[in-house]
Design a protein around this ligand. Structure first.
Ligand code: ZN
Length: 247
């Protein structure tokens, strides 16, 4: 049950029919792991806190980078002002730092929001959603890999697909375009899009939107949707058991 202060804090979300009071309670119980260390990850972290996601995990080394970006201060400066600012922004939210950035996050996280593909394959094997985004000065890409929906294409299927991308070069394994040179307006824009996708999964995990790559072109912000097919030879998802709903 939301407290009065929470009803006031989230009033602009609660009035949305897709959220409501029950949805906001769900967000407060949710746990999202952020994998990234640049401006895009910082923007996503900020919006997750503002939305009232209850627990946000991040590797300790990357948290330091994210906090330095948010504070616009060099790495190694005191993290406390940023942590304090985030707590003031939303005291309902807890940011948990984990020691090892190379290991899979604990299984209790609902999903990963990432600006790199490094954790994708292991997380997919745990049947969990993975929200991926990358951006440069030319454009941005966003794709949701539903490890909890084994009939869907995964991020590796996307990398092997012949899809048109706004960037001159095609996405490939190991991509991380979350560079410090990324313009803040573009990072903030894609950060909101990534968090929106994460919130949609938390609020309506059974929703059945088609698997698509969203490709944005900067500075027009023109968006195109491209269907991504499941690769029958994919090294990650083709070996997964397909869960067939009988409902
Ligand atoms: Zn795949």
């Amino acid at each position: 049950m939301l407290e009065d202060a929470q009803v006031e804090r989230y009033s602009r979300q609660i009035i949305l029919p897709q959220v409501g009071g029950k949805g906001q309670e769900k967000l407060l119980r949710s746990q999202v792991y952020v994998d990234g260390d640049g401006l895009l990850a910082a923007a996503a972290l900020f919006y997750l806190v503002a939305a009232g996601v209850g627990t946000i995990g991040v590797a300790r080394a990357k948290a330091a980078l994210i906090f330095s970006v948010l504070a616009q201060r060099p790495l190694g400066s005191d993290e406390q002002p940023v942590a304090h600012t985030l707590r003031r922004l939303n005291p309902d939210c807890t940011i948990v730092t984990h020691l090892d950035e190379d290991e899979q996050p604990p299984h209790h996280y609902d999903l990963i929001l990432a600006t790199t593909d490094a954790l994708h394959d292991g997380w997919y094997a745990q049947h969990k959603p993975f929200v991926w985004g990358a951006a440069s000065g030319e454009g941005a890409r966003l794709f949701v890999s539903r490890g909890d929906r084994a009939d869907r294409p995964c991020l590796r299927c996307l990398f092997s697909a012949r899809v048109n991308l706004p960037s001159k070069r095609r996405a490939k394994a190991g991509d991380s375009l979350d560079s410090p040179a990324l313009s803040p307006p573009y990072a903030l824009f894609l950060g909101t899009q990534l968090v929106t996708e994460a919130l949609k999964i938390i609020l309506q995990p059974e929703s059945d939107s088609p698997p698509k790559l969203l490709a944005y072109t900067f500075p027009s912000f023109h968006c195109t949707e491209q269907t991504v097919e499941k690769n029958p030879h994919c090294s990650v998802c083709s070996t997964q058991r397909v869960n067939v709903s009988t409902a």
